[in-house]
Ligand binder design. Structure first.
Ligand SMILES: [Zn+2]
Length: 120
């Protein structure tokens, strides 16, 4: 998949674990998603009604049905979000410099003035 950004850059989505792609779960779906994992996956596994492999797939399917995809342009920081009607909606960041890594995984950088991370 390739998105042509309004700035002229291209957003490429051809592999997994992209630092500029995210999966958005609306808050109105958050609790029902967690409840579905409890009811449809964890409880049946605990009761022996569902196998481990089936549970893996079912949990991913439950999360996937609640999530919509989003991408960020690494050149300008615009966000593109799949809307409920299936259209790709563009959001422009305010302020300079724009944070171009809002969808990147991993830990947040340390707050200024915070104690240094001594864990290594
Ligand atoms: Zn752009």
């Amino acid at each position: 998949m390739k998105i042509g950004c309004h700035c002229g850059a291209s957003i490429i989505d051809q592999t997994d674990e992209l630092p500029h792609k995210g999966h958005l779960i609306p808050d109105q779906a958050w609790f029902s998603t967690n409840d579905a994992i409890d009811d449809e996956v964890i409880d049946p596994v605990a009761d022996g009604r569902l196998g481990k492999e089936e549970a893996y797939h079912l949990a991913r399917r439950i999360i996937g049905r609640s999530a919509r995809l989003m991408w960020q342009c690494r050149a300008c920081g615009r966000l593109y979000v799949d809307s409920r009607d299936g259209q790709l909606r563009c959001f422009v960041p305010e302020g300079e410099p724009a944070d171009r890594e809002v969808l990147r995984g991993g830990q947040r950088p340390a707050e200024p003035g915070a104690a240094p991370d001594t864990a290594g």
